[in-house]
Design a protein around this ligand. Structure first.
Ligand SMILES: Nc1nc2c(ncn2[C@@H]2O[C@H](COP(=O)(O)OP(=O)(O)O)[C@@H](O)[C@H]2O)c(=O)[nH]1
Ligand SMILES: [Mg+2]
Length: 301
């Protein structure tokens, strides 16, 4: 499958929820207040979020009043434009500048951090960059083993300590080792257990502080991984992590498994953090740079 086909396939459930339901709603109807309200319902069902859904339909309502939208096809086209307006994109994640480029990966358990790290690492090595993965999720031995498997697949090195070791020490060693060996990128895996939320945030802050001692400009990216199936919870998670460690980009995973991909609109509209990567499957090729244009085309295509 090509890149675009893959994206389209990954977004098929969201397309059904958002676009096909809109088509069904609009077919043969006149554009009136009732229709706009039903459209708002559809947006909310696709997890666009109440605030964002209401701002979209508000913009459409204004156009209806001005006479810019009279027919259902015009409404559909205008909806596409509103969606495009909301979706912003940040700069792509590439290793540039001073070596190593350090990515600190954060997020709650099970969202896809380790998998996303493996995919990014593979992408980097495919492009000729050398990579060290830091096994700073030291909470379970299995987490370290999982990262080792990804390191093997990606042709990356791994820096690990025993399970239970200080995560900040692992991260520090990884950055120091990368500097000594002139490695291009370090990607740090972290634990995400939430039952100790305060401890987790303190641990992440410490990791950030400690790697900053070895390399003052690091981390260059604090990548928050959120699961598209977690709905509005994703917004809450983003706020909590951002407050603690200053998130610079979001990777939105598992878009393939959900009809609730509208969450990407809520994230764009309610947060000032760009979505940089989207996950549309479990394979290495299923992590894509987020492009607003391509995303909307895949939804409507
Ligand atoms: N369908 C799908 N599954 C994913 C995606 N990203 C991660 N996963 C799966 O989510 C599960 C948890 O991933 P993991 O990386 O271990 O999460 P972590 O606890 O945050 O490190 C694994 O079974 C992954 O294969 C994605 O984009 N799509
Ligand atoms: Mg993990």
């Amino acid at each position: 499958m090509g890149f675009f086909e893959n994206l389209k396939h990954g977004l098929s459930k969201t397309r059904t929820a958002l676009i096909e339901n809109t088509d069904a709603l609009l077919s043969g109807k006149t554009v009136d207040e009732n229709l706009l309200e039903e459209l708002e319902e559809i947006l909310i069902m696709a997890d666009v979020g109440p605030e964002t859904a209401s701002s979209i339909t508000g913009a459409l309502r204004d156009k209806v009043k001005k006479g810019d939208i009279r027919t259902a096809p015009e409404l559909k086209a205008a909806l596409k434009e509103e969606i495009k307006k909301i979706l912003r994109e940040g700069h792509k994640i590439i290793c540039t500048g001073e070596k190593p480029y350090v990515i600190l990966t954060v997020g709650v358990n099970g969202v896809g951090k380790t998998t996303t790290i493996g995919k990014i690492a593979r992408h980097f090595t495919d492009n000729g960059f050398s990579v060290i993965l830091a096994a700073a999720d030291t909470f379970r031995a299995a987490a370290i083993e999982q990262l080792e498997i990804w390191a093997d697949r990606a042709g990356a090195e791994i820096v690990k300590h025993r399970s239970g070791a200080d995560p900040a020490a692992v991260a520090f060693d990884a950055v120091a080792s990368a500097r000594a060996k002139d490695i291009d990128a370090v990607i740090i895996d972290t634990a995400g257990r939430l039952h100790t939320k305060t401890n987790l945030m303190e641990e992440l802050k410490k990791i950030k502080r400690v790697i900053g001692k070895e390399m003052p400009s690091a981390p260059h990216e604090v990548l928050l991984v959120v699961d598209a199936t977690s709905g509005q919870n994703a917004i809450t998670q983003a706020k909590i992590f951002n407050e603690a460690v200053g998130v610079t980009g979001i990777a939105l995973t598992k878009l393939d498994g959900t009809a609730k991909g509208g969450i990407i609109l809520a994230i764009n509209n309610e947060l000032s953090i760009p979505v940089k990567l989207i996950g549309v499957g479990e394979g290495v090729e299923d992590l894509q740079d987020f492009s607003a244009e391509e995303f909307v085309d895949a939804l409507y295509g």
